[in-house]
Design a protein around this ligand. Structure first.
Ligand SMILES: Nc1ncnc2c1ncn2[C@@H]1O[C@H](COP(=O)(O)OP(=O)(O)OP(=O)(O)O)[C@@H](O)[C@H]1O
Ligand code: SF4
Ligand SMILES: [Mg+2]
Length: 375
């Protein structure tokens, strides 16, 4: 009998409001960055959070990791409400939940050596007993992320973007976390290096039994890495489903548009749904009803007036759209794309690229590629 899945993290009605600066002439602007989000992150899974810039992905990730305090709602870790955690328990939580930042150039202190950067969490959490112990552990961590141990005395400016991101990953791994949040972990890197870092994260996840949350724009990356995808729009989750369902049969018009807007690598392949029109509305002045109605080709009066709830539509599948079922019925017409041949081709090209770039000069070449083995 397979084990019953357990949530490692759970958000219940999580909201975050930011207040902008006030001036003599105007009141402070209120930005509802995250609005009543509830979701579970299961042990051992990779959950992707996708959406356009400003949709609230990073804020949600930071709320889940307690790097930001919520305006409303609760976060549960291993079933326990974090509001009830003691200072000591919060310290352990920081050890268990780690983050990899988007910008490997800004996230590493330029005045610290690699040993100091990677070794800092080891001191903070009393994981090592002395300098020699720290040195040995840092060298081990560098090897784990595919960097030569001898690099430990160097400074961040002596590394490429991909190598810096590996240093950031080594630092995140130092405290032996249970969950890693990657906030756009590869988007600042060259496409060729992206495949290597994705590979590395996949391998580390398997090796250490990690749970991962990946915030990303790049849908190809998500397709490879994630088990489930949460699609965010203006602070809310509008669709939550398995990665295959999201890509093969997206139900929400926003998800469909996001997928259709991803770069097509196949000349001549037609896009069967409207691409995203216009910009996302200002989050300090939310549209009424369904927040997507100002850009949705299928909006009705009901959509403009009534907010659709995020409803469960099948096992492990949720969507917030008044018309999902009707639009789904029309799938066989030209409204919604069939399972995307273009996507399958993009995936094959991505795999091909990642394989060919894992040349012998690449330090990750000893790691087994799992990109090609995912279902
Ligand atoms: N510290 C802050 N103060 C005020 N507003 C903020 C703050 N952080 C985020 N916001 C606003 O909250 C909203 C969500 O921001 P967030 O960074 O979570 O989006 P995102 O989806 O991660 O975007 P991106 O893809 O650009 O990183 C945006 O409108 C943003 O301007
Ligand atoms: S509720 Fe209406 S406006 Fe919103 S996504 Fe669905 S069809 Fe479009
Ligand atoms: Mg962000």
């Amino acid at each position: 009998m397979s084990p019953v899945p357990r949530p490692i993290l759970e958000a219940a009605g999580l909201s975050k409001i930011f207040k902008g600066p006030a001036s003599v002439f105007s009141k402070p602007k209120i930005v509802q960055a995250v609005d009543r989000v509830s979701l579970r992150v299961w042990h051992g899974e990779t959950l992707a959070i996708v959406g356009e810039s400003g949709s609230g992905k990073s804020t949600l990730g930071r709320l889940l990791l307690q790097l930001l305090s919520a305006s409303e709602g609760d976060v549960f870790y291993e079933g326990r409400n974090l509001r009830q955690f003691s200072t000591e328990q919060m310290k352990n939580l920081r050890r268990d939940l780690q983050i990899i930042f988007q910008d490997p150039f800004a996230s590493l202190n330029p005045r610290m050596t690699v040993e100091e950067i990677v070794g800092e969490p080891l001191w903070l959490h009393n994981i090592v007993s002395g300098k020699a112990d720290r040195q040995a552990r840092v060298r081990e961590l560098l090897t784990t992320v595919g960097l030569p141990a001898a690099f430990s005395n160097r400074y961040p400016h002596e590394f490429s973007g991909g190598q810096r991101q590996r240093i950031g990953i080594a630092r995140a791994l130092a405290s032996s976390p249970k969950l890693l949040l990657g906030d756009e972990p590869v988007s600042a890197l060259d496409v060729s290096v992206q495949a290597q870092v994705v590979n590395l994260l996949e391998n580390l996840k398997q090796q250490f039994g990690l749970t991962m949350i990946v915030v990303a724009h790049g849908l190809a990356v998500i397709r490879h890495m994630s088990d489930r995808v949460a699609v965010m729009y203006l602070g809310q989750i509008v669709e939550l489903a398995s990665t295959d369902d999201i890509f093969d049969q997206p139900l929400h018009p926003y998800t469909q548009a996001l997928i259709a807007s991803a770069p097509l690598l196949t000349p001549g392949v037609k896009r069967p749904v409207p691409l995203l029109q216009g910009d996302m509305p200002n989050p300090s002045s939310m549209p009424s009803g369904c927040r997507f109605h100002t850009r949705c080709a299928y909006a009705t009066d009901e959509c403009r007036q009534v907010e659709p709830p995020l409803e469960t539509v099948s096992v492990n599948r949720m969507v917030a759209c008044h018309r999902w079922s009707e639009l789904q019925r029309d799938r066989t017409s030209a409204l919604v794309p069939p399972p995307s041949a273009a996507f399958i081709l993009r995936r094959a090209l991505f795999e091909q690229a990642s394989q060919s770039r894992l040349s012998s000069s690449d330090p990750t070449s000893t790691l087994t590629s799992t990109l090609g083995t995912r279902p």
